[in-house]
Design a protein around this ligand. Sequence first.
Ligand code: GSH
Length: 220
Amino acid sequence: MAAVPDITLHTFFRSSSAGRLRIALGLKNLPYKSIFVNLTSGEQFTGAYKALNPSQTVPLFVHNTGSHSISIGQSFAALEYLEEAFPTYTPLLPPSNDLEGRAYVRTLANIIVSDTQPVTSLRLLKRVERLGADRLLWAREMTVIGLSAYEAIVKHKAGIYSYGNQITLADACLTTLVWNAYLYGVDVQEFPTVERIFKRMSEEPAVIRAHWKNQDDCTE
Ligand SMILES: N[C@@H](CCC(=O)N[C@@H](CS)C(=O)NCC(=O)O)C(=O)O
């Protein structure tokens, strides 16, 4: 029998970026150890954490292969690493002969990972507020822009999930963005395909386990 992979995730309950890793690990049935990084109290800025992840963000994904530890401080790189390192564990990308499908899934995922989450991160919201803007309004508007792009693309190819009936990385990324969308007061009903996929994803046991409310460091 293959050994259980030794995986550690530095995470924070409210982090949507860490949430997408929690979902992917759960969908793949890959066990992992959590190390909590309290973003509210600024633990990400400590010297000790900065030495682990110079980006001073979560997640930080660590795979101890037995011979060495592989540390990945960017969530999408970690998601893709999981696909490549554990190809037999519930793939979350279309197969390698479906290049168009893979690009489509990555496009959707990156609307969230590259375009939307970074402009609503905690450090950015704090700066926006310092410049005199309403941080909640900002977060809501940025999320609406992201969800609008996602909806415009996904409505053509969605089945039960974003790419037909296969759960993919796009769905993992979408789910955690929608968690935040509700917190920011976005009217998710304006995005019917997104809302439908989100509801379906929310029934998945792996998604329930990954939900921010169900994390051991959740304080709300
Ligand atoms: N591009 C990074 C972004 C990670 C990120 O911004 N994480 C947020 C939580 S969702 C964070 O750690 N924020 C801390 C801060 O803004 O100080 C990734 O995808 O991993």
